[in-house]
Design a binder for this molecule. Structure first.
Ligand code: IPE
Ligand code: IPE
Ligand code: MG
Length: 259
């Protein structure tokens, strides 16, 4: 594979001993609207309370053994919401970056925004680029915000990028394998998620990390996202740690007696 295509082998991305390395936790932050409705408040206030929950969770994550936190902030399907709600969510991303970027940078957090850039307003694209540029050399913790993100869109975009490399004569169809394909996804810089959490009691993926979820543990919590924080994160990690990840093999305990 030629260096000019940007296609690279990332087959080692999921490596490492699960008990010693830091975790990649991904969260579908759901339930802002219901949280507000229960209080007789407009949905926008639920989203604003959701930003505070995000701040609490980001703050708590490193001390709980999390090295990468990926949160679902806006899906490619969320454009179907009323225009004022879409604009509230866009404004919240901007406000979050404006208020927290300096502190995140100081604390060694690398910020990455995953998802489609096209379709976002120029001021949002600019703020995303600023956040990524400013924190690019930070290594203590990674915060990935999935924004205008859809798992299917990301897979389709990766497929198109590979097809274009073939059209340019920089790659051959036979070069395509899982590692190459994965390198073209917007999540390629991080290891695969160890656990995907969804709040609010819903038990579905809603187009989040479709490729990356292959061997993630799924944890569903009833808590509405604006009520989330260190305790709920700790409960999710405890549940994850109790799982036996087999990756298609057999349990470690059974290896000795298997043969
Ligand atoms: C999650 O809360 C935030 C986004 C999807 C942007 P919701 O807005 O989906 O809240 P519910 O599901 O209606 O309660
Ligand atoms: C998923 O939640 C998207 C985000 C949390 C950003 P939704 O609330 O949009 O998902 P559905 O519609 O309940 O499946
Ligand atoms: Mg929802």
């Amino acid at each position: 594979m030629s260096a000019t295509t940007g296609l690279q082998d990332v087959s080692a991305r999921a490596g490492g001993d699960a008990s010693s390395r830091s975790l990649h936790v991904a969260i579908i932050m759901d339930g802002n609207g219901r949280w507000a409705k229960r209080r007789g408040m407009p949905r926008a206030l639920g989203h604003r309370a959701g930003v505070n929950a995000l701040k609490r969770t980001v703050e708590a994550a490193p001390d709980q053994g999390v090295g990468v936190l990926t949160v679902f902030g806006f899906s490619t399907e969320n454009w179907s919401r009323p225009a004022h709600e879409v604009s509230e969510l866009m404004g919240l991303l901007k406000a979050y970056v404006e208020s927290d970027l300096e502190r995140l940078d100081r604390e060694g957090v690398r910020v990455r925004i995953i998802g489609r850039r096209t379709g976002l307003a120029p001021d949002i694209q600019e703020i995303i680029e600023r956040a990524e540029r400013r924190t690019a050399s930070n290594t203590k913790f990674t915060l990935q915000v999935a924004f205008n993100y859809g798992g299917r869109a990301d897979i389709a975009d990766a497929a198109r990028a590979f097809a274009e490399a073939v059209e340019r004569g920089e790659a051959k169809a036979a070069d395509l394998n899982e590692a190459v394909f994965e390198s073209l996804l917007s999540t390629s810089a991080a290891p695969a998620p160890d656990v995907i959490v969804r709040t609010s009691g819903e038990q579905r993926i809603s187009n989040f990390l479709l490729w990356e979820c292959a061997y993630a543990e799924l944890v569903f919590q009833d808590v509405l996202w604006p009520d989330y924080g260190p305790e709920a994160l700790s409960a999710a990690i405890t549940e994850y740690r109790g799982r036996d990840r087999r990756y298609g093999g057999i349990a470690a305990d059974d290896v000795a007696v298997a043969g």
